[in-house]
Ligand binder design. Sequence first.
Ligand SMILES: Nc1ncnc2c1ncn2[C@@H]1O[C@H](COP(=O)(O)OP(=O)(O)OP(=O)(O)O)[C@@H](O)[C@H]1O
Ligand SMILES: O=P(O)(O)O[C@H]1[C@H](O)[C@@H](O)[C@H](OP(=O)(O)O)[C@@H](OP(=O)(O)O)[C@H]1O
Ligand SMILES: [Mg+2]
Ligand SMILES: [Mg+2]
Length: 352
Amino acid sequence: MRFEGEIHTEEKEEVKEKEVNSMGHSICGGGSPHQPKVVVGYALTSKKKKSFLKPKFTSLAWSKGISFVSIDLNRPLSEQGPFDIVLHKLSGKEWREVIEDYRQKHPEVIVVDPPDAIQHLRNRQSMQQVVADLNLSDCNGKVGIPRHLVITKDQSSIPYEVAKAGMKLPLVVKPLVVDGSAKSHELFLAYDEFSLSTLEPPLILQEFVNHGGLLFKIYITGETIKVVRRFSLPNVNKHDLSRVTGVIQFPRVSNAAASADDADLDPNIAEFPPKPLLEKLARELRQRLGLRLFNMDMIREHGTKDVFYVIDINYFPGYGKVPDYENSFTDFLLSLASSKCKRKPHIDPLKV
Ligand SMILES: Nc1ncnc2c1ncn2[C@@H]1O[C@H](COP(=O)(O)OP(=O)(O)OP(=O)(O)O)[C@@H](O)[C@H]1O
Ligand SMILES: O=P(O)(O)O[C@H]1[C@H](O)[C@@H](O)[C@H](OP(=O)(O)O)[C@@H](OP(=O)(O)O)[C@H]1O
Ligand SMILES: [Mg+2]
Ligand SMILES: [Mg+2]
């Protein structure tokens, strides 16, 4: 298994050429080498634009016939375009309604991804439940989620609830809702259950799983899987537990661009998860979530070879940090455009 590179789960379909008529509308069929053939409208935060639409990517895409057009949020979406594909990651009910309405009215446009499906990852409980529902037997390993407790109100009862559930300390405390804000990524490590009552619900409390300070980030781009290693929180031992009390906020350690791939790592910790396991996991999650763009954080329980936990799933993550994403994302967009041509074999005379 090659790990700096890609794991292709399926052979890519041959991409059919598209041509552009004089109005700039894209149609399926022959090909014109100098004009963009696939128009991708995008609605992204400025932070995302900067990290994802890097010049190296947009110029590679352009050379393969893809152009990117910024969606103007102050104008009706139906009046913009025409687009072949719409990529979006914006928060808020208003945007969800706009994009859902557009999907209904423009079934010819591939919207990546449906807002309801994205919504599933906005709650850390529903995000984790999808993994808990999987049956990944015979895949050279086990994948689960850490034991957890959801607290929606009355933080004064947390110590009691934690003790009643028999949760093992320390606990990772995460805001239940992930809405793209910095606050939804403010995480704490709680060394005792009493100090938890100072934190503000809704929260999810997860048992901390020792994993040797390293995690696997598994990026899904349509049919393609890429795995990178990142540094994570170090193991917590009994001595630490007896010495430390309270809740401690920790930084977004695994989110840093620094890869752990070149570090001198213990092979028992750093060995990549088995390929059949990742392929099945990605396939199942893609189907169950109905999403094409996401990543997951996976850890191996320290001291085991094949016991894994998924601790986080993110929609449209930071692809800009993944080596060679320019090529895989361009291929993804071309394969979407090609599937669109197959879906609609006849040229729509109204669009020509
Ligand atoms: N149950 C756990 N056991 C051990 N470590 C954990 C656990 N949950 C989270 N972590 C550590 O905390 C980090 C942040 O947690 P998580 O990924 O859930 O937060 P996030 O805010 O969703 O981060 P992201 O920036 O990836 O969206 C993880 O990458 C990992 O290093
Ligand atoms: O590719 P990784 O290292 O996983 O990092 C992503 C995070 O996991 C996402 O949670 C971030 O998105 P949100 O802040 O919108 O949740 C996402 O933020 P982005 O929209 O700035 O890319 C990334 O930071
Ligand atoms: Mg994470
Ligand atoms: Mg996350």
